[in-house]
Design a protein. Sequence first.
Length: 172
Amino acid sequence: MGAVLERMDEAGRIALSDRGIALAGHGPQLSDKDRELVDEMVEIYRRAGYQPPTVAELKGQVSRNQAAVAELVQLAARDGRLVEISSQWYLDAEAERQMRTTLADRLGQADGLTVSQIREILKTTRKYAVPLCEYLDRVGFTKREGDVRKLGTQYQLLTDLEDDEPQRGAIR
């Protein structure tokens, strides 16, 4: 069933996301102003890198329609432009991919990294490093063993898939 859905998604007949399935073109319809606001918010997250604002902080940074910010941030996450780190923390999707790449490289060279080391690698503060580490643990990219994080089962699974199917390219 999953392969059929993936083929339909690739053909543009449906839209798959981690939240469900929709007919292509039947997602939320935003006004031009709301689309501009989503673009503005995504740009704020992109510029923030590994020190993103909370949703509440973001409301004070946008130019208009603060009441819709939480819903529009969730929409941007469903569309793959942002990644939900926790209920109030989001990260630019490209920053999240870069974080995984950077940490996979460093964790592959070390026998685990502490939150402090990850904080230094990402050039952020502990305020941000802790939720980022908790997110990576939750999605299985890392696993916590005492005070260190090691590559988790999700990373190993992706590596195994890359080894088995090199023609598909890198999995991110």
